[in-house]
Write a protein that binds this ligand. Structure first.
Ligand code: CAA
Length: 278
């Protein structure tokens, strides 16, 4: 299958890697060539590590890399599926869906990897809402087995079947959810992370202590603050804002400390500093 991926960051690169490893031709797009090349460099590094660990052969690595084509311009894109994986911002995503609507074949599926934004609202900017769907991968994409599949209000059964079959073919386990803020993964995960930030803000315990409690006491692979740094604090804040605005319930209010860290540019691993230093 030919798949367009818009966004070559953490998530887009991960999706591109998995799709390329499963034999798909991947057109990788971002705002400029440098961002696309950065994404491909991350994929190359991941595949090299997989070769070193004897999880894949050198030929498999080379085939996967050969399946990825840098695609800086979105004009007349002949793909069966397009997956948008850009920053968690409604205005940016809507602008991309407008372009995808114009520049892909009418029968192509338009999927968003959004963590929390309404699929129905993204579909509304296109001329064909039935072909729009949510396909939410987890980070790191090559490792995490889940894909949440979100039906917008008007998503067709055919679109759903195409995306579900693709998720299975990529070795993932699809789970269907309905289009409400945060779907399931982030409706459950993000308030826990936000609560951990409140615990730090209120001086209940240190960041290390909060993370140790959840790792040793609840068997989480990462503590919630370490995980927040891994996801990106700007993304965590964007998701909390979607939950807060979407449900109008104060239980989803983002912790002021989270807002302050984002304002300071302490975004977690990607900026070198969040709750921890990297
Ligand atoms: N890309 C590819 N592979 C990676 C990777 C990456 N970024 N990071 C780790 N791996 C692989 C490693 O190569 C290793 O593979 P092998 O076992 O085959 O050797 C395996 O994952 C385990 O890695 P490590 O031994 O280095 O480290 P670890 O055991 O501490 O595991 C982890 C790392 C898988 C990230 C683990 O800490 C974990 O599961 N953390 C929680 C991740 C999580 O909760 N993700 C969801 C985030 S929320 C989200 O994505 C939704 C959203 O919308 C915000």
């Amino acid at each position: 299958m030919e798949i367009l991926i818009v966004g070559a960051g953490q998530m887009g690169a991960g999706i591109a890697q998995v799709a390329a490893q499963h034999g798909h031709t991947v057109l990788l797009n971002d705002r400029d060539n440098e961002l696309i090349e950065r994404g491909i460099a991350v994929i190359r590094k991941n595949l090299d590590r997989a070769v070193e660990k004897s999880r894949i052969t050198k030929a498999e690595r080379d085939n996967a890399l050969a399946n990825i084509c840098a695609t800086p311009h979105l004009t007349n894109v002949e793909v069966e599926v397009a997956i948008e994986a850009v920053t968690e911002d409604l205005t940016t995503k809507r602008a991309i869906f407008e372009v995808l609507d114009q520049q892909t074949r009418p029968e192509a599926v338009l999927a968003s990897n959004t963590s929390s934004i309404s699929i129905t609202a993204l579909a509304a900017v296109t001329r064909c809402a039935p072909r729009v769907i949510g396909m939410h991968f987890m980070n790191p994409v090559p490792v995490m087995p889940l894909v949440e599949i979100i039906r917008g209000l008007e998503t067709s059964g055919e679109t759903f079947d195409t995306v579900k079959a693709l998720a299975v073919q990529l070795g993932k386990t699809p789970v269907e959810t309905r289009d409400f803020p945060g779907f399931v993964a982030n409706r459950v995960l993000m308030p826990m992370i936000n609560e951990a930030i409140y615990a730090l803000y209120e001086g209940v315990a240190s960041a290390e202590a909060i993370d140790t409690v959840m790792k040793l006491g609840a068997n989480h692979p990462m503590g919630p603050l370490e995980l927040a740094d891994f996801i990106g604090l700007d993304t965590c804040l964007a998701i909390m804002n979607v939950l807060h605005e979407g449900f109008g319930d104060s239980k989803y209010r983002p912790c002021p400390l989270l807002r302050q860290y984002v304002a300071a540019g302490r975004l977690g691993r990607k900026s070198g500093r969040g709750f921890y230093e990297y």
